[in-house]
Design a protein around this ligand. Structure first.
Ligand SMILES: [Zn+2]
Length: 136
């Protein structure tokens, strides 16, 4: 039996289904370089749709952009202040490497935030009792 997560924030951070907070949003490990973005169509626990409409996750590009801007600042500012404003290529290489390393996490959390904010599913701790198979 999986540990019950009541908080939406904790369920999002754990990348769990927005409805049951138990089913995993992604099928494979974030370290699986070819399949880190694969999501099941439905929650394996409660049958909630993970793709409410075709192209639903295009909107997560904006969230990804925000994460990448934050990454540029979080890498660039320490480089400027702690490494004495190095050459431009140092910024470019460092930001590129960090961004590439964080891509699986940024993509996953962007999609999860999109699903939690705009997916139309809400936490239902008694989802088993609702007696309906959700396919919205
Ligand atoms: Zn679920």
């Amino acid at each position: 039996m999986a540990t019950r997560i009541d908080s939406n924030t904790m369920a999002l951070l754990a990348l769990r289904c927005p409805r049951c907070h138990q089913g995993k949003l992604f099928s494979h490990s974030a370290l699986n370089i070819t399949k880190f973005a694969d999501m099941p169509a439905l929650c394996p626990v409660c049958n909630q749709s993970f793709e409410p409409e075709p192209g639903f996750y295009f909107g997560s590009m904006y969230i990804t952009f925000a994460f990448n801007v934050a990454t540029i600042f979080l890498v660039g500012v320490p480089l400027y202040y702690f490494f004495g404003n190095p050459d431009t290529w140092v910024y470019v290489v460092t930001v590129t490497v960090v961004t590439l390393l964080l891509t699986p996490l940024i993509l996953r959390y962007s999609r999860a935030m999109m699903l939690y904010l705009f997916g139309g599913a809400h936490y239902d701790p008694k989802w088993q009792d609702s007696g309906r198979a959700v396919r919205s």
